[in-house]
Design a protein around this ligand. Structure first.
Ligand SMILES: *Cc1c(COP(=O)(O)O)cnc(C)c1O
Length: 372
């Protein structure tokens, strides 16, 4: 049996007619950059998330970069984030000449350990970027409380967490701005790159809308130096169709996570592989189903051999990346992140997985541990 890590073709088969009609409509219009299709998606995402504003941009990475730009983060500033994340989180900070300052994660949720933030705050600290990793929200009450007291901005890296919620409030309105990615492997994935920023702050949203078109509100009049980071009409049209299915797909991921839990329990695997934990009050949308596995690399190779796709998100924490040598962090500085990077393994979790495929993944893991 083959169980790929993600099967976008299975999803596409279900929506093909509808998506192709939406693409064709854009082609007939021949309007490709921003425009009414993008506005329509912005309004739909704002409504979905519960924000008053949404700004479509070229990628999740740019959503982070533009958010920092709109908050005036620049050379010499510091921004607090986690080392256990996709590179874009830290990269956005560095690209503006600011310095990423890391705090470790919590072992159970892989999300920012808020208790470590305060000791990292200096006179140069401007913002905090918690990451809602794998599809569940970070500890936003504690993070917002610190931010409020210390007058810092909060940018949610919600790239993996569209539809996730904490205490009934959706990711995207839990901080000052929420950054989403429409990279194809995210829960709401486009046919290419795309991103969006949500906020309830009108002046930030106006600034973001200007920064994505070279800092201009009126054509050829530039009030600030921005970048080119626009969402395409074609992407917006595809995403508008897919947004209607998002909750169903996320529910499918949640059901599959529950099935894995039962299968792992029945197979008595829990002493060899630790399953992901959901924090109380969190609605988890499982962009990834990430276990901690003994003999992780051997298990991964065994699964590959048996046709099961997996991935390691993420093998090298940011503080140990060679591009960050000059930050002078060392191995041992963030032990929870380092241990996570050595043990994590993400398993197939997409909505279209069959019960047979889920059972096969669990059986194959059981088979591996019976021999190792
Ligand atoms: C995917 C992702 C991003 C970047 O999004 P792109 O659209 O690929 O630029 C940022 N942060 C996290 C945590 C992500 O998973």
């Amino acid at each position: 049996m083959r169980v790929p890590l993600l099967d976008l073709k299975a999803q596409y088969r279900e929506i093909r007619t509808e998506v192709m009609a939406a693409i064709q409509a854009v082609c007939d219009e021949q309007g490709f950059i921003l425009g009414p299709r993008v506005v329509e998606l912005e309004q739909a995402v704002a409504k979905y998330v519960g924000s008053t504003h949404a700004v479509g941009v070229a990628s999740g990475s740019d959503a982070l970069l533009l958010s920092l730009m709109a908050m005036g983060v620049g050379h010499g500033d510091e921004v607090i984030t986690v080392p256990f994340t996709f590179f874009a989180t830290a990269g956005a900070i560095s690209r503006l000449g600011a310095k990423p300052v890391f705090v470790d994660i919590k072992p159970d949720t892989f999300n920012m350990d808020a208790s470590q933030i305060e000791k990292k705050i200096t006179a140069r600290t401007k913002a905090i970027i918690p990451v809602h990793l794998f599809g569940q929200c970070a500890d936003m009450d504690a993070i917002n409380d610190i931010a409020r007291r210390k007058k810092l901005r909060v940018i949610e890296d919600a790239a993996q967490a569209i539809g996730a919620a904490r205490k009934g409030v959706r990711a995207g309105v839990l901080g000052d701005v929420g950054c989403f990615s429409f990279f194809p492997s995210k829960n709401l994935g486009g046919f290419g790159d795309g991103g969006m920023i949500t906020t309830n702050d009108r002046s930030l949203s106006e600034s973001l809308a200007s920064l994505r078109v070279h800092g201009s509100r009126v054509k050829y009049v530039h009030e600030q130096v921005g970048i080119n980071s626009r969402l395409d009409a074609l992407q917006a049209a595809v995403l508008r169709v897919k947004l209607n299915y998002l909750d169903r797909w996320s529910e499918g991921r949640r059901k599959n996570a529950a099935k894995y839990e039962q299968l792992f329990k029945d197979a008595k695997l829990l002493d060899r592989a630790t399953l992901p934990k959901t924090d109380a009050g969190n609605h988890h949308v499982f962009n990834q189903f990430t276990i901690r596995a003994q003999k992780r690399d051997e298990l991964r190779a065994y699964l590959k051999d048996k046709g099961v796709g997996t991935e390691i998100y993420y093998p090298i924490p940011m503080h140990l990346q060679s591009c960050y040598r000059e930050l002078t962090y060392q191995k041992g500085d963030f032990p929870v992140s380092e241990r996570a990077s050595e043990a994590v393994l993400s398993l197939p979790i997409y909505a279209e997985l069959t019960d047979d495929q889920l059972a096969y993944v669990a059986e194959t893991i059981k088979e591996f541990y019976s021999r190792h």
